[in-house]
Design a protein around this ligand. Structure first.
Ligand code: SF4
Ligand code: SF4
Length: 97
């Protein structure tokens, strides 16, 4: 895991965002701020809800299971805008394999 831009190259797809499913509330700030359309907003599938912790389940239920998904990670330039903008601190950039 990395947390600062200096750890990451801005070459497309070298780093990608990972969303903490226990924290995301699907409020779309990441989608709105990302210049490269890396995120889409959708509904967390039922089969993925059982892994959430207690708080994550409460949050998920309260927000209709709406969350952000990384659907275009290859275009991420590691600008960190989504990390800074997420009100839940749910996004971490990691080096892609
Ligand atoms: S900004 Fe954060 S809380 Fe909001 S949808 Fe994106 S990851 Fe989830
Ligand atoms: S780091 Fe920048 S390019 Fe990558 S997903 Fe976040 S906002 Fe988009």
């Amino acid at each position: 895991m990395i947390s600062t831009i200096s750890d990451c190259t801005q070459e497309p797809g070298k780093c990608i965002p990972v969303i903490n499913r226990n924290k995301c509330e699907g409020k779309e700030d990441c989608k709105e701020v990302c210049p490269y359309n890396v995120f889409t907003i959708g509904i967390l599938p039922k089969e993925d809800r059982s892994i959430l912790n207690f708080v994550g389940k409460i949050k998920g239920y309260a927000h209709g299971w709406k969350q952000a998904f990384v659907t275009n990670g290859d275009d991420c330039r590691a600008c960190m805008l989504c990390v800074q903008k997420c009100p839940e601190k749910a996004i971490t950039l990691v080096k892609s394999i």
